[in-house]
Design a protein around this ligand. Structure first.
Ligand code: FAD
Ligand code: SF4
Length: 342
């Protein structure tokens, strides 16, 4: 790992002053200055020399400002510096937003979840082998314009939805899939001290011709937290994750589902898909088709066909199209019959 300078911020204003102006918008990858939260993604990528910031601004001391979980009148507030393990074991999260709890406890390992923060989690990077191994030259995400080694290479774990001719990497995280399904918002603090709110669905970008630009964050933006709106569907929500190793692995395919039912008929439904897409994916068309229909195996399968209709197979990843459909069918049917927390 290359040498770097470390500054510890005592407040958000200090963090923005120390780092903000130099944290470039595309570069939760390439910028010379990076915010440091739990460090579980950042230090990995620095050791691999994929990222080589000259300076880190440690924001882990800002927990008094951004480390809170709170019940709001109309939803839930999750601070960006809340640790994954804290959110997963919070009683309000477990009772009222079980899809979030499910997504968190199935992610990484207990040790990692004790270090990792929610803000850092949503900004984790793809696990594409060629991105993480700098001995491979061709990676448009790491080095724009060099090509994509995965296109004809080892691509079994990569995306089938939202890919481009420049990059077929998948978004690997779990928590973000629950957030996108539940229509969360992400709260930001800009370098000029302005507070901004983005729909979580708009935080990540599709790769298009610029896969190295992964988010719609502006230069220096600090994520302060997430607001999850309460709805008639949030309590009946689940996250189903399918992976090679059930004990500990990234998703091959996952689905977050939230349902409001009138008997067996769907009043409202929210669907997020993970593991198979270039960014946290909301399946709006499948949701629209289900409203007013009886939820059974046939309608769940119809929804899954619609959700994966735009999927493009690449090499070894082609199996993920059917796996994605089956994961969604299972998530819909399990959510229909789940016991609601008391
Ligand atoms: P950091 O490493 O500190 O930061 C990550 C990035 O976000 C950095 O670029 C940093 O500058 C930026 N950043 C952090 N906080 C902020 C903020 N508030 N505002 C602006 N920018 C910010 N995740 C899953 O979802 N599922 C898994 O199954 C899974 N398995 C894993 C297995 C292993 C072995 C490892 C190492 C990780 C795994 N992860 C998994 C990823 C893990 O959850 C993330 O590494 C972690 O959540 C990142 O959080 P952090 O606080 O450590 O972020
Ligand atoms: Fe790089 Fe994306 Fe291709 Fe992987 S899929 S090698 S991250 S450009």
């Amino acid at each position: 790992m290359r040498a770097f300078a470390l500054d510890r911020a005592g407040s958000s204003v200090e963090a923005l002053g120390l780092g903000g102006a130099s944290v470039s918008a595309d570069a939760h990858v390439r910028s010379p200055v990076q915010y440091l939260a739990g460090g579980t993604t950042l230090f990995d990528l620095m050791k691999l020399q994929v990222m080589h910031p000259e300076r880190l601004v440690d924001i882990s001391g800002l927990r008094a400002e951004h480390g809170r979980i709170a019940d709001l009148e109309d939803g839930l507030w999750l601070g960006a510096l809340v640790r994954m393990s804290e959110a997963e074991s919070n009683p309000s999260v477990a009772r009222d937003y079980p899809a979030i709890r499910d997504a968190l406890w199935q992610a990484a390992s207990p040790q990692l979840r004790n270090m990792a923060t929610l803000g850092g989690n949503v900004l984790q990077r793809t696990r594409c082998n060629y991105f993480r191994d700098i001995s491979y030259h061709a990676c448009n995400k790491r080095d724009p314009g060099t090509g994509c080694a995965a296109m004809e290479g080892c691509n079994r774990r990569l995306a089938v939805l939202g890919t481009s001719t420049a990059c077929i990497a998948n978004y690997p995280g779990d928590f973000a899939i629950a957030l996108v399904a539940l229509g969360a918002e992400v709260n930001l603090l800009s370098v000029d001290g302005r507070e901004r709110v983005l729909p979580f669905e708009d935080l990540h970008r599709l790769p298009g011709e610029t896969p190295h630009i992964e988010t719609n964050l502006a230069r220096g933006d600090l994520i302060t937290g997430f607001t999850v709106p309460a709805g008639a569907w949030t309590r009946r929500s689940r996250y189903v994750k399918v992976r090679d190793r059930a004990s500990y692995d990234f998703a091959l395919a996952s689905a977050a589902v939230a349902l409001d039912l009138d008997g067996d008929t769907v009043r409202a439904v929210r669907i997020g898909l993970g593991g198979i897409a270039a960014k946290p994916w909301r399946a709006h068309q499948a949701e629209a088709m289900l409203v007013g229909r009886r939820l059974d195996e046939a309608s769940a399968r119809d929804a899954a066909e619609i959700a994966l209709a735009g999927a493009v197979p690449h090499g070894e990843a082609a199996f993920k199209i059917e796996l994605g459909r089956r994961t969604l069918v299972r998530a819909l049917l399990e959510t229909r019959t789940m016991e609601l927390p008391a």
